[in-house]
Design a protein around this ligand. Structure first.
Ligand code: BEZ
Length: 220
């Protein structure tokens, strides 16, 4: 059964967490959110990832983003595990975001976070390294699905977030390998007349063999 994907509304899940009972929509409010799973507490790659999330949490907060972690371990396990994450994290940041508990595996199924190749020692499914970026309208804007063996790159999470937040405000998109501060492209839906008004700073149209003037770089 395919689960949550881009364009879907994040289910308003209610679950126990390290911050008490949480109802996702209420917790997110009018913010953006990053809902991310890890395969299990007290595992090596997860410890490095959650430490990095704690390190980057301030940068997400500055961009109006709330973080929500998730694994199938229970809240008591998460609370014990957080001590390891904080001890490992070299920047000394605390894990201030909630981590949801999903011992029945209902949430990971609803959120399309199950790793089909991984089982715990009792044969139960466990989450992949799934990550959904959700907009203030509670719709999924982007999803990553990584296997247990590959830790995520939080610079990439921040980069795609910046791209999407910018594209939600202006009629632009970000090209391959774009980094914040670099030129962006004007959305193909914008006519040349509109582009002149929308981008008074100017833009450069690439001269391509097709002579179609669709690749237009500008700065924001
Ligand atoms: C880890 O976090 O290191 C991990 C978890 C599950 C399987 C493989 C690696």
């Amino acid at each position: 059964m395919p689960g949550l994907t881009i364009g879907d509304t994040l289910p308003n899940i209610e679950a126990e967490s390290t911050h008490g009972k949480i109802k996702l929509h209420d917790y997110i409010g009018d913010s953006w959110a990053i809902v991310f799973s890890h395969p299990g507490d007290f595992t090596p790659v997860c410890t490095t990832e959650l430490g990095k999330m704690a390190e980057y949490a301030m940068q997400f907060q500055e961009r109006g983003v709330k973080l929500v972690g998730l694994s199938c371990d229970d809240v008591q396990s998460h609370l014990e595990y957080i001590k390891d994450i904080e001890a490992f994290s070299t920047c000394g940041r605390k894990v201030e975001f909630p981590i949801l508990a999903d011992p029945t595996r209902e949430i990971i199924k609803q959120l399309n976070m199950v790793d089909p190749d991984m089982k715990d020692s009792s044969g139960n499914p466990i989450p992949s390294r799934a990550l959904h970026i959700v907009g203030p309208d509670k719709k999924v804007k982007l999803s990553f699905l990584y296997p247990a063996t590959t830790g995520r790159n939080m610079d990439e999470v921040l980069r795609v977030l910046e791209s999407m937040q910018m594209a939600s405000k202006e009629k632009i998109a970000t090209p391959a390998n774009w980094k914040p501060g670099e030129p962006v492209v004007i959305s193909p839906s914008v006519s040349q007349e509109e582009a002149k008004k929308m981008f008074p700073q100017g833009y450069k149209t690439m001269d391509l063999p097709s002579k179609k003037e669709y690749l237009r770089f500008t700065t924001v």
